[in-house]
Design a protein around this ligand. Structure first.
Ligand code: AMP
Length: 403
């Protein structure tokens, strides 16, 4: 059974086609710069890779490009669009409505639209992608997999902000959390690796990429997570501040006369590792600058690691018993120096880090704590697309049984 996984952003369409028989990737690609004068298609299937300029004024046109690439005699992998059995869609915000992946009906599309105000940058292009995909593949089930869904098990004490209660009731202001598919994937995989039943597994998952978030997982379920109403809250990220005193908003408005839009850009796009280092939002470049003696680059790494460490401490207190700390995402999987800065010196908390194993580990599943560590520290590469494909298959099969 072939499952197509779609991640539709405002100017890009990413796709992967899985053969669920062996969970292998048949083809993958991206249409970039949708809506611009010239767009680009990058497509690969096994050894075959193509990159070419194309016209994609909208998402419908981007889907046409993807389908042509999938059907192409040279680098294509399917004979007809009927070879695709179901389509899975990454959707960022499912609010309080969606606690799991769901088959997409008109009502589901309406609810995704209802959540536009909560995710103005993501839900509109996600829905545009769903509409275009339904036109392109009209006779197969389409399934929505939400970034927020995994965190819907958080208790109220974890997701409520101490604001007047009516702001929650009337404006839906609460912590939702994001990266849910990644946190779910790596927590499930870590339990499997350690041979602990998923429903009894307690861990802290650290998704450290360009966007970063940590989740406390108790008995396999999310009980707290660092991102909030929006992805701005939590640890330091590539260009986002993470936690900071909200009174900085008033201070900047009064002192510098910044508008809301200017501050939105400042906190989301110009802060974090980029703002602190002045070098880049990319950990590799910051690391290089730090090695070369750049003090601000060193400071950026220091603040980054310190904040993650603080959240780990907080979530160990939330969980009580912590079986594992799991690192994933571009930084979590690759940056051994950052993992080391986060985890060393935590022996009093039962974490015995193994620097040797850690230094030898890159983009692979590994245990980087010592045999005598009460808490296992692990690296588990994330695979959100595979989990979307698995969910899509499961939901499509369940729906087929019902109908
Ligand atoms: P992601 O958003 O998961 O793709 O992660 C992007 C982040 O991972 C960027 O900050 C990259 O610099 C970082 N990253 C990727 N590869 C490495 C590496 N080999 N060493 C350090 N950081 C890396």
């Amino acid at each position: 059974m072939d499952i197509l996984v779609i991640n539709s952003g405002s100017s890009s369409l990413k796709y992967l086609l899985f053969d669920m028989g062996n969970e292998g990737v048949l083809a993958k690609g991206i249409v970039e710069k949708i809506g611009e004068e010239t767009s680009f298609l990058k497509h690969s299937a096994g050894e075959n890779e193509i990159t070419r300029e194309a016209k994609a004024p909208d998402h419908d046109a981007a889907f046409d490009l993807m389908i042509q690439a999938l059907l192409d005699k040279g680098h294509g992998v399917i004979q007809s669009t009927d070879d695709v059995s179901a389509v899975g869609h990454r959707v960022v915000h499912g609010g309080e409505t969606f606690v799991e992946s769901t088959v997409i009906t008109d009502e589901v599309k309406q609810t995704i639209e209802d959540y536009f105000p909560l995710a103005p940058l993501h839900n509109p292009p996600n829905l545009a992608g769903i509409r275009a995909a339904q036109k392109a593949f009209p006779s197969v089930p389409h399934v929505a997999v939400f970034d927020t869904a995994f965190h819907q098990t958080m208790p109220k004490r974890a997701y409520m902000y101490a604001l007047p209660y009516e702001l929650y009731e009337e404006d839906r202001i609460r912590k939702y959390g994001f990266h849910g598919t990644s946190h779910r994937f790596v927590s499930m995989r870590a339990a499997e690796i350690l041979g602990i039943p998923r429903g009894e597994f307690n861990c802290i998952t650290c998704h450290l990429g360009n966007g970063c978030s940590l989740t406390a997982v108790r008995d396999g379920k999310s009980v707290d997570t660092s991102m909030g109403l929006t992805p701005l809250e939590g640890v330091v990220m590539g260009t986002r501040t993470g936690d900071f005193d909200p009174a900085i908003v008033f201070y900047l408005a009064r002192r510098r006369g910044y508008s809301l839009d200017e501050m939105d850009k400042l906190f989301n796009k110009q802060s974090g590792l980029l703002g602190l280092s002045g070098v880049s939002n990319d950990m590799r470049e910051i690391h290089e600058a730090a090695e070369g003696g750049n003090e601000r680059a060193r400071l950026a790494i220091d603040v980054f690691a310190y904040r993650v460490r603080k959240y780990i401490g907080a979530y160990m207190a939330v969980l009580g018993r912590t079986d594992a700390i799991v690192f994933t995402g571009g930084i979590g999987e690759n940056a051994c120096g950052v993992r080391e800065a986060i985890c060393t010196g935590l022996e009093p908390l039962g974490i015995v880090f193994d620097s040797g194993k850690n230094a030898a580990t890159r983009v692979e599943e590994a245990i980087v704590s010592g045999a005598d560590s009460r808490v296992t520290v692990m690296v588990v590469p994330t695979n959100e697309e595979l989990l979307i494909a698995r969910d899509t298959l499961a939901v499509a099969e369940k729906t087929a049984v019902k109908t």
